[in-house]
Design a protein around this ligand. Structure first.
Ligand SMILES: Cc1cc2nc3c(=O)[nH]c(=O)nc-3n(C[C@H](O)[C@H](O)[C@H](O)COP(=O)(O)OP(=O)(O)OC[C@H]3O[C@@H](n4cnc5c(N)ncnc54)[C@H](O)[C@@H]3O)c2cc1C
Length: 319
């Protein structure tokens, strides 16, 4: 394949799933036209604005290029991580060794068919919700304002204000451990509170099919802005965070328990239990991963001592 240009090589690889040996991730990305950033600061790719550097950050724009990056990593024993908008993760101050694969705008087509709305994993939830509203389809209003991608949202079974992904997902296409594209239906996804089968398996979500109902555009718009207003009034959106730090304990709220323990505003370094919403740990400026972890440990310990409830982290710690 030495005498063909990068674009032709890309098309051939995608059409025939050809495995080409590359000498380095740089060579692979150059030949396959994949955006690559060396020594990327992960603080720029997480909503917490925390995290050291990774060796390489790549942004595949198609199934074929994503598959090739993973294949390269596996064959060369390079560790890889998948990120969407990084809105539910806390990344180590030491960064991550290996390749961070960001599935974002280059991988974000949204299309409508008679089966429903199909959305590539890297599309933002906000864009998807706006698309659905413009098509006068109701069901996704709850997700408006959750700052993640569709892939990240299915992974976490994201939800808010009485709705969750489980209510609207029909199926998804994913890459299995053998790097084959498979389809899975919602019933098989083990969707429960902030959990899915994708938290258990090393699968990569490629695209999601949603089934929505015909609705009234004005009503959908009103619901979306009502929920957005609620977010703005209740959540500390003025500071970087990863949303709710802890899962909701059965029959209670993490924020309430934290307040009862007198930890509202408790801080370590630049990380603080938000004064506006105790369920959020926020980055007040210059917070490190260690600062956040220290706040989390102190909160868990005190809440357990005071209320007998062991809080479980919703935020995923990558180190
Ligand atoms: C201000 C704020 C408010 C929030 N409000 C809510 C809320 O109301 N409800 C809620 O549920 N969450 C909320 N969150 C948390 C977060 O936005 C959601 O969990 C979101 O779904 C995460 O999506 P992401 O693309 O950012 O995923 P990331 O944080 O990038 O990744 C999270 C996990 O998903 C995996 N992942 C991402 N994409 C894929 C893929 N394509 N295939 C396989 N695995 C993948 C990653 O490997 C990682 O393990 C909030 C966060 C913030 C900062």
């Amino acid at each position: 394949m030495e005498n063909i240009d990068a674009e032709t090589e890309k098309k051939l690889c995608e059409k025939y799933c050809i495995n080409i040996k590359y000498n380095s991730i740089e060579e692979l990305c150059e030949k396959r036209n994949i955006e690559l950033i060396k020594d990327a600061a992960l603080s720029e790719y997480t909503t917490f604005a925390i995290g050291g550097k990774c060796d390489f950050l790549v942004k595949p724009d198609s199934f074929g290029s994503l598959r090739d990056v993973i294949l390269y990593c596996r064959e060369n024993d390079v560790k890889y991580y998948v990120l969407g908008k990084g809105s539910n993760v806390l990344v180590s101050d030491n960064g991550l060794k290996g390749v961070v694969i960001v599935l974002s705008s280059p991988f974000s087509k949204i299309t409508e068919s008679e089966d429903g709305i199909y959305c590539e994993a890297g599309a933002s939830l906000t864009r998807l919700c706006t698309y659905a509203k413009d098509k006068e389809l109701t069901g996704l209003e709850f997700a408006y304002g959750i700052p993640g991608t569709v892939g990240g949202a299915l992974y976490m079974n994201a939800g808010a204000y009485g709705g969750e992904m489980k209510d609207v997902v029909v199926s998804c296409d994913y890459l299995d451990e053998n790097l084959e594209i498979k389809t899975m239906y919602a019933e098989e996804m083990k969707l429960s509170y902030r959990h899915s089968i994708f938290c258990e398996k090393n699968y990569i979500i490629l695209g999601v099919l949603f089934r929505l109902e015909k609705g009234d555009k004005a009503e959908i718009t009103a619901k979306m802005s009502e929920l957005m207003d609620k977010r703005r009034s209740k959540q500390p959106l003025e500071y970087p965070s990863a949303g709710s730090t802890f899962k909701r304990p059965e029959g209670d709220f993490a924020g309430r328990l934290i307040e009862v323990s007198g930890l509202k505003g408790f801080s370590c370094g630049g990380a603080q239990v938000s004064e506006k919403h105790s369920g959020f740990v926020v980055n007040k400026g210059g917070a490190t991963c260690e600062d956040v972890k220290n706040v989390i440990s102190a909160v868990k310990e005190k809440v357990y001592k005071d209320s007998g409830v062991m809080l479980e982290c919703e935020v995923l710690i990558l180190e």
